[in-house]
Write a protein that binds this ligand. Structure first.
Ligand code: PLP
Length: 393
């Protein structure tokens, strides 16, 4: 599967001006590393929602052999995976239109359920040969999707009485496990989850697949693991936050050796000598202070290169930093290459990733733009070609 894909993508990426490279071995390495931290041996679900956090769902699916399950947000993402021939269990984390529930069942997609209207619509589906596997999503303090703890037994009881519907799982999601060194809130959520699981068990209801652990939880707290990890950002080789890393180090936990999967590249489309005193780009926000060699790059905010990086960020050429001059345009940025020798037309440029000894991480780019690594990678345009590259970078 991988070899064919690699060949088919290779030529289109080579001829394009902006593209994404995915390190073939990194996602499986990251899955193994996350499990290794605490010796987890249960089910590992890789979260591939939102175009696999911007990496490309078609490509990432082929790179996560070590994942036993996949999770996506929408029905359409789930159907896309099935259309690509994906046979692993797929869990839908988002709302499915009531009118389209039968499509989820026919494609054998697992559904997270948390509202009565969805249950009623599931109950009124015509009988089918297959089972509809659902997971009760519990509200424990994130206050978004979820059944209130006091309603959980009644809700689960309704599911148990539905012919053709199997309550396969119970789940929750942590609100404040990435952003802090102080984990009392997560502990409170975990206590609530465990109490509801006990109440259900006393009522004779024991959904076999229990899952709460996003990446930070998987790395930091063994007691969040239950039967399945549900990790996203770590699969892409990124840490959820500095606080997560610091929490792990402070607690003396094993540190997973995560390898970033994505490198984002472009090529120079013009090299130009600009005299001292010229204004660069829209709004005249940058003025050259010396005779400057400028490179124009064919990437802009339409590609996901954030406007906030204007006058703040830099790119890498030949392992050296070239600062972004002026505003980021829709399809272009201009960078200062005065101090980089012999920059040529169509020279390769690294927007995100490593070049020589230099590296621009998604965290660093996020810091330029007042956001987090999740938003940086997820924002990379799905229209750009993805190229799978072999070998560790
Ligand atoms: C319900 C749910 N589970 C798991 C994840 C994965 O979280 P992370 O990327 O922090 O591992 C997410 C991510 O947003 C999520 O919304």
């Amino acid at each position: 599967m991988l070899a064919g894909f690699f060949l088919s993508k290779y030529s289109s990426a080579m001829s394009s001006l902006v593209w994404v490279e995915l390190e073939a071995g990194a996602p499986d390495n990251n899955l193994r590393e996350i499990r290794r931290s605490h010796g987890f041996s249960g089910i590992h679900c890789a979260v591939l929602k939102s175009n696999a956090y911007g990496h490309g769902i078609r490509e990432m699916r082929t790179l996560v052999d070590e994942a036993h399950w996949l999770a996506v947000n929408s029905l359409d993402e789930g159907l896309e995976l099935r259309g690509l021939g994906e046979t692993r269990p797929v869990l839908l984390l988002g709302h499915v239109d009531l009118a389209r529930l039968s499509e989820a069942r026919e494609a054998d997609l697992r559904l997270i359920v948390y509202n009565s209207e969805t249950l009623a619509a599931v109950a009124s589906l015509p009988p089918s040969a297959g089972q509809f596997r659902v997971h009760l999503h519990l509200e424990t303090g994130t206050w978004r999707q979820g059944v209130l703890p006091e309603d959980a037994c009644g809700f689960a009881g309704r599911i148990m009485n539905m012919p053709g519907v199997f309550l396969e799982g119970i789940s929750t999601h942590f609100a404040n496990i990435e952003d802090t060194l102080e984990h009392n809130y997560a502990r409170m959520q975990l206590d609530t989850f465990e109490k509801v699981c006990r109440d259900l068990s006393e009522a004779g209801i024991d959904p076999p697949v229990r899952h709460t652990a996003c990446t930070a939880a998987a790395i930091l707290f063994r007691n969040t693991h239950f039967s399945m990890l549900r990790t996203g950002i770590g699969v892409y080789g990124l840490w959820p936050s500095r606080e997560t890393r610091l929490s792990a180090e402070t607690a003396g936990l094993p540190i997973p050796a995560l390898r970033p999967v994505m490198t984002w590249k472009t090529r120079v489309v013009q090299v130009k000598n600009v005299p001292r005193g010229c204004y660069i780009g829209y709004g005249c926000t940058y003025r050259t202070t010396r005779p400057t060699v400028m490179a124009v790059l064919p990437v802009g905010y339409a590609d996901g290169y954030r406007r906030a990086a204007g006058n703040v960020g830099w790119v890498l050429l030949k392992g050296m930093r070239a600062p972004v001059m002026g505003r980021v345009c829709m399809n272009l940025i201009m960078v200062d290459v005065t101090d980089i020798p012999d920059v040529r037309l169509e020279e390769e440029v690294t927007l995100l990733g490593s070049s020589g000894d230099e590296s621009i991480s998604a965290e660093l780019m996020g810091s330029w733009c007042g956001t987090i690594n999740y938003e940086i990678v997820t924002g990379v345009s799905p229209l750009l070609p993805r190229r799978i590259v072999l070998g560790e970078r």
